[in-house]
Ligand binder design. Structure first.
Ligand code: PHE
Length: 347
């Protein structure tokens, strides 16, 4: 055989072996089949090694290099193919296992915002339009910020183990957002006006149809040289009308908080407008309590070193507002795991 005939024949063999390999892979039904094919072609006595043995018969160096490269390419190709197949372990499915890709996909569920989130967003938006800045404080507080600085004396019942969650190191989970009043004033170092709201989670040892151990409040604080109680009433009246609707009546009742003087409780008119004596929401009274407020107590200003200033503060319960707005009777529905049932009824 001439040199030319030899190289032609080798070329032909390389082509055949490649075809044989493709055939083999197509037939493979398992990982085992692939391993077997791999050793048939790449093993020590495999077909590729047989091909390499022919190379020395080619005298011409150029031709030898060319054929050597062809065999190497085929070897790499087979290595690549069998490596991929065995590493990714998906692959060879039996006919009945092949998924029907023409089936329609599963419908995804649309998410929606939690009623507490919606309520918080509405509250914040209204106060921001009135020029209030949003402040945040820590949920783990110390006794001074949560009580002492707010003129709550050591023997005050609010400090009772019954009401407050204490940590082992003496710190506590804040029982209201009022400590953010203290933090906001300290942070501003007397620069006026201080005009903030502080939304956030608060914690109390309480659990029934209208109380949850974790709930949300929005605190408000306005401090300037001269602040009148009518400004407090005007601000809250405006807010609740924007939040519940212009027809809403807002009522202030005298009350007591250690950190405000004078203090008031804020009621808004119920949807039933007092006409339904059996109304389950307001129990026939026509009004619902939604916030506490008052003029900042001089002792509070003293604890943060503010002099010659006046201010008002308020704190509202977000769950309360959400329950009224969405007509929810039991606060636990807002936190329960059966949220989709809740959504069907209320959203
Ligand atoms: N911190 C009070 C509470 O949790 C609410 C409040 C805030 C009252 C600010 C007056 C002024 O009940």
């Amino acid at each position: 055989m001439t040199e030319k005939e030899i190289t032609e024949e080798i070329r032909e063999r390389i082509k055949k072996i490649k075809e044989e390999f493709e055939e083999e892979i197509k037939k493979s039904k398992s990982e085992e089949d692939i391993k077997r094919a791999k050793s048939k072609f790449l093993g020590k006595k495999g077909l590729i090694q047989e091909l390499f043995k022919i190379i020395p018969q080619i005298k011409e160096e150029e031709k030898r290099k060319e054929i050597g490269k062809l065999i190497n390419d085929l070897k790499e190709y087979i290595e690549e193919k069998t490596k991929y197949e065995s590493e990714s372990q998906i692959l060879i499915l039996k006919d009945e296992e092949i998924p029907d890709i023409t089936l329609p996909g599963r419908r995804g569920f649309l998410g929606s915002l939690h009623p507490i989130t919606i309520t918080l967003q509405k509250i914040i938006l209204i106060f921001e339009k009135m020029g209030f800045e949003v402040e945040h404080g820590p949920e783990i507080e110390d006794d001074w910020h949560n009580f002492t600085a707010l003129n709550i004396p050591p023997d005050h019942p609010a400090r009772d183990m019954q009401d407050t969650f204490y940590l082992e190191d003496g710190r506590l989970l804040r029982t209201h957002t009022s400590p953010v009043q203290i933090r906001a004033m300290l942070k501003r170092k007397g620069i006026l006006p201080v005009k903030i709201i502080a939304p956030g989670r608060v914690f109390r040892r309480d659990f029934d149809a209208t109380h949850s151990p974790v709930f949300h409040q929005v605190e408000g604080l306005f401090v300037d040289r001269k602040v009148k109680m009518s400004e407090l009433f005007g601000t809250l009246d405006f807010f609740f009308k924007k939040f519940f609707g212009e027809k809403t009546k807002v009522r202030f009742r005298p009350s007591y908080f250690p950190f405000t003087e004078p203090s008031a409780e804020v009621d808004v008119s119920c949807l039933c407008e007092g006409r339904d004596k059996n109304c389950k929401v307001c129990k026939g009274s026509g009004f619902l309590e939604v916030a506490g407020c008052g003029m900042v107590h001089p002792e509070v200003f003293k604890s943060v070193g503010y002099e010659n200033v006046q201010g008002f503060a308020f704190g509202m319960g977000v769950e309360r507002l959400a329950m009224i707005k969405f007509g929810i009777k039991d606060i636990r529905l807002l936190f329960g795991e059966n949220f989709s049932a809740f959504k069907k009824r209320f959203l």
